[in-house]
Design a protein around this ligand. Structure first.
Ligand code: WT7
Length: 629
C-alpha cells in the first residue's frame, strides 16, 4: 500500500476575511503548534488551568502504552464547568440553549433554568436508584430534555450511553445489553417532516430479554398523553416533582468514565467507546475555543444529533463548558422547504455553523436561491465533519454560505478521538479537498504498514503518535479490541483512514482502510447490516459494500445468498431492504440488494468485500492471492 497518489492541488488556496483571524483566539497556528510539541503536557496543563477543578492533578499524564491517564487524581465534575461555573460567574441569565422543533415550536432556556432542570432531573434519577457508575441509555429525539438527561447523568456520575433516535429496535437492544443499562430514557415520539415517529414502541421491543433494565423514563410530548402501563415506566417530568431542588455534583475522578458511545466496526457488533471525565472535558473545551473559535457572544449551531460524538462534543460539552449559546433543532434541512436552515441562521443570528458534507451537497442541488433569500451576514465560522468535504462542496460552502469571508473548517476526528484532530486553523490558507494540519498538542503522521513515514504525495495510513487528553480509554467489555487500535501499526494509534500529505503538511483523507461505510456522515458497520440481513428467514449469507454516492458519500449495496426454498424476486429484495430499515433504522437501509449464488471469500472464510466493491465499480481488484476460489 504505497502507490503514488496523484494529488491534484487546486492551485488556489482560499482565505477568509482578515478580520476573522485578527480577532481569533489562536493568532499564530504555527507558533502555537510548534510550542505544543516542545512540551505537550505543559500545553494541555495550561488548557486545564482555564477550567475549575475540585482538586488539582498530581500528574498531567501517565502513559503506559496503550493506556493513558490524564490529570491523575484530579477531582472535578464536567457539569460544574458547564453549569455552576457560569451561573455563579455572570452568565446566570444568559441563554444557554435555543430549541426549534420540527413544527416550528420554540423554547429558550437560560443557564439558570438549565442548571435547575439538570439538578432536579439528577435527583429524579437518584430517586429511581441510579448511582455513580451505573449506565443509563438515552434514546430520545432532539429536544432540550435529551441534553438535560445527559447532563444529569454526568452530574451524578452515571455513565450515559446515548443511542441516536433514528436507530431501530435491534440496534437499540444490542446497545442496551452490551452496556448493561439500568435505565432507559426515551420519549413517546419524535417528529420528522411533520410526521410522528413512535419511539416508545421501539423501546418496548428493545427491552425484551434485557433484564438489566429496571426503569423506563418517558418524556410525553404528544397529546393526548400516552398511558404508561407497567410498573417500570415513569414520566420524565413526574420524577422531577417531589425531589430536592439542589443537587451537588458528584466528585468525579478525572479518569472515571463519563460516557459510552457506540460506533460501528468492521466485524462483530458496534463498539462501545469509553470516554472519561477530565481529559474529555479539556479536549472538547480546547477545540471548541481554538478550532471553532467560539466567543462570548456567539450563537453556535451544530446540526448533528447529540446521539453522535459530534453532538456530545460540539453541541453539549464543548460549547456549554465555554458558556456559549447553542441552537438545537429537530428540523430536517428540507422541511417545510430547503430554506428552513438559512431562515434559522438569520432569525437567531447564528455565527458558528457546523454541519456535514452530505447536507452541503444536498443544498448545492437545491440551488443558490434558497440561501439567497436570507441574510446570512451573522455567520463568522463554517465547519464540516463526517467525511471528506469534496472541493466542489468546499467552494460552494465558502462562496454561497460564507460569502468568501468565513473560514471553512473541514475537521477530521472520530468517536474514538473525542475531539477535533486535524483541520485548517482559522485564518490559515484553506486548500479544497484537504482537511488540514493537526490541532496543537496532536501528533499525526502518514505511514506505511510498518509505521515508516511515507513521503509527501504518497498515500498511507493515518496514525496518531502520542496520547491526547480526550482519547478513548477502552472499548467497553472488549479491551483487546482497544489494544488493537494501538498495536496494528507499530505503537501508534491507527485511525483506520487512508491519507496523503502535501509538501506543506496539509492532509487529505482518502477514505477508510476497512469496511466501515460512511453513509450521510454516519459510520455504519458492514457487519451490523449483514447480521440484520441474515436475521431474515430468506437469507443464508450477506455481504455489504459502500458505493460512492454523490449525495450520501456511500450508499449501501447488499449481496445476499438465499436459503433453500426462497426465490429471488423484486418483492423479496424490497422486503430485505425494509427488514434492515426496521432493525437498524433508515440510515442503514441498503439502496440496492443483489441476489447471488456465491460470495468471494478468503481461505480463512472471510468475505472479501474489497473484491465485490472492485467488481461493482469496475476497478482493479488488486491482490487476490488470498481468494479461496
Ligand atoms: C470517521 C469517524 C467525528 C464525528 C463524525 C464521525 C470519517 C470524519 C472526516 C473529515 C474525512 C472524515 C473518517 C473517520 N471522517 N470526519 N473531515 N474528512 N473523513 O465520527 O462515526 O466516529 O466516524 O469518519 O473515516 O475515521 P465517526
Amino acid at each position: 500500500m504505497s502507490e503514488k497518489f496523484d494529488v491534484k492541488l487546486d492551485s488556489k488556496s482560499y482565505l477568509p476575511d482578515p478580520s476573522v483571524k485578527e480577532n481569533s483566539w489562536m493568532q499564530d497556528y504555527e507558533k502555537v503548534y510548534s510550542e505544543s510539541l516542545k512540551d505537550p503536557e505543559k500545553h494541555w496543563e495550561n488548557v486545564a488551568e482555564e477550567l475549575e477543578w475540585f482538586e488539582k492533578w498530581d500528574k498531567v499524564m501517565e502513559w503506559d502504552h496503550p493506556y493513558a491517564k490524564w490529570f491523575t487524581n484530579a477531582k472535578m465534575n464536567i457539569t460544574h464547568n458547564c453549569l455552576d461555573r457560569h451561573v455563579f460567574n455572570g452568565r446566570r441569565n444568559k441563554v444557554a440553549m435555543i430549541w426549534v422543533g420540527d413544527n416550528g415550536a420554540e423554547q429558550v432556556i437560560t443557564y439558570r433554568q438549565l442548571y435547575r432542570d439538570v439538578m432536579r432531573f439528577s435527583n429524579g434519577l437518584k430517586s429511581l436508584g441510579v448511582e455513580k457508575g451505573d449506565t443509563v441509555c438515552i434514546y430520545m429525539p432532539q429536544v432540550p430534555e435529551q441534553i438535560v438527561a445527559m447532563l444529569a447523568c454526568a452530574r451524578i456520575g452515571a455513565i450515559h450511553s446515548v443511542v441516536f433516535g433514528g436507530f431501530g429496535a435491534k440496534a437499540l437492544h444490542s446497545r442496551i445489553k452490551d452496556a448493561q443499562a439500568k435505565i432507559v430514557i426515551t420519549a413517546d415520539a419524535s417528529l420528522r417532516r411533520g410526521k410522528r415517529i413512535d419511539l416508545k414502541s421501539l423501546v418496548d421491543e428493545a427491552v425484551v430479554n434485557a433484564s438489566c433494565v429496571e426503569k423506563i423514563v418517558v418524556l410525553r410530548r404528544m397529546t393526548p398523553q400516552m398511558e404508561l402501563f407497567s410498573e417500570i415506566e415513569v414520566d420524565f417530568y413526574e420524577i422531577m416533582e417531589d425531589v430536592e431542588k439542589e443537587c451537588e455534583p458528584e466528585i468525579m475522578d478525572s479518569e472515571d468514565p463519563l460516557f459510552i458511545l457506540y460506533t460501528s466496526g468492521t466485524t462483530g457488533p458496534a463498539k462501545g467507546i469509553v470516554h472519561t471525565c477530565g481529559g474529555y472535558m479539556v479536549g472538547t473545551y480546547y477545540t471548541t475555543k481554538n478550532v471553532l473559535d467560539l466567543k462570548e457572544n456567539d450563537v453556535m449551531w451544530c446540526t448533528a444529533d447529540p446521539g453522535w460524538i459530534t453532538g456530545h462534543s460540539y453541541i453539549v460539552y464543548g460549547p456549554l463548558s465555554m458558556g456559549a449559546t447553542i441552537l438545537i433543532s429537530e428540523t430536517t434541512p428540507d422541511y417545510p422547504d430547503p430554506g428552513v436552515w438559512w431562515s434559522m441562521i438569520e432569525e437567531f443570528d447564528v455565527s458558528v455553523f457546523y454541519t456535514a458534507p452530505t447536507a452541503i451537497r444536498m443544498f448545492m442541488r437545491m440551488g443558490e436561491e434558497w440561501p439567497g433569500k436570507y441574510n446570512l451576514s451573522s455567520l463568522r465560522i463554517l465547519g464540516s465533519v463526517g467525511e471528506p468535504l469534496n472541493p466542489e462542496a468546499f467552494k460552494w460552502y465558502y462562496r454561497v454560505i460564507g460569502k468568501e469571508k468565513c473560514p471553512v473548517l473541514d475537521t477530521w476526528w472520530q468517536t474514538e478521538t473525542g475531539m477535533h484532530m486535524l483541520t485548517t486553523a482559522v485564518g490559515e490558507p484553506m486548500k479544497p479537498g484537504f482537511t488540514g494540519r493537526p490541532v496543537p498538542g496532536v501528533v499525526v503522521d502518514v505511514v506505511d504498514e510498518n509505521g515508516d513515514p511515507v513521503p509527501a504525495g504518497t498515500g498511507g495510513f493515518l496514525v496518531i503518535k502520542q496520547p491526547w487528553p480526550s482519547m478513548m480509554r477502552t472499548v467497553y467489555g472488549n479491551d483487546e479490541r482497544y489494544r488493537q487500535y494501538w498495536t496494528t501499526i507499530q505503537n501508534y494509534y491507527s485511525a483506520g483512514d487512508l491519507a496523503v500529505r502535501d509538501e506543506d503538511g496539509y492532509i487529505m483523507i482518502q477514505g477508510r482502510a476497512d469496511d466501515v461505510l460512511i453513509v450521510a456522515g454516519h459510520n455504519i458497520g458492514s457487519a451490523e447490516v449483514e447480521s440484520a440481513l441474515v436475521s431474515h428467514e430468506a437469507v443464508a449469507e450477506a455481504a455489504v459494500i459502500g458505493k460512492p454516492d454523490p449525495l450520501k458519500g456511500d450508499s449501501i449495496k447488499a449481496f445476499v445468498i438465499l436459503r433453500m426454498g426462497f426465490n429471488s424476486s423484486d418483492k423479496l429484495r424490497l422486503d430485505l431492504m425494509y427488514h434492515v430499515r426496521m432493525n437498524l433504522g433508515p440510515i442503514a437501509m441498503p439502496s440496492e440488494v443483489e441476489i447471488v449464488d456465491s460470495l468471494p471469500k478468503t481461505r480463512s472464510g472471510k468475505i472479501m468485500r474489497r473484491l465485490l466493491k472492485a467488481q461493482e465499480l469496475g476497478m482493479d481488484p488488486g491482490d487476490v492471492s488470498s481468494l479461496e476460489d
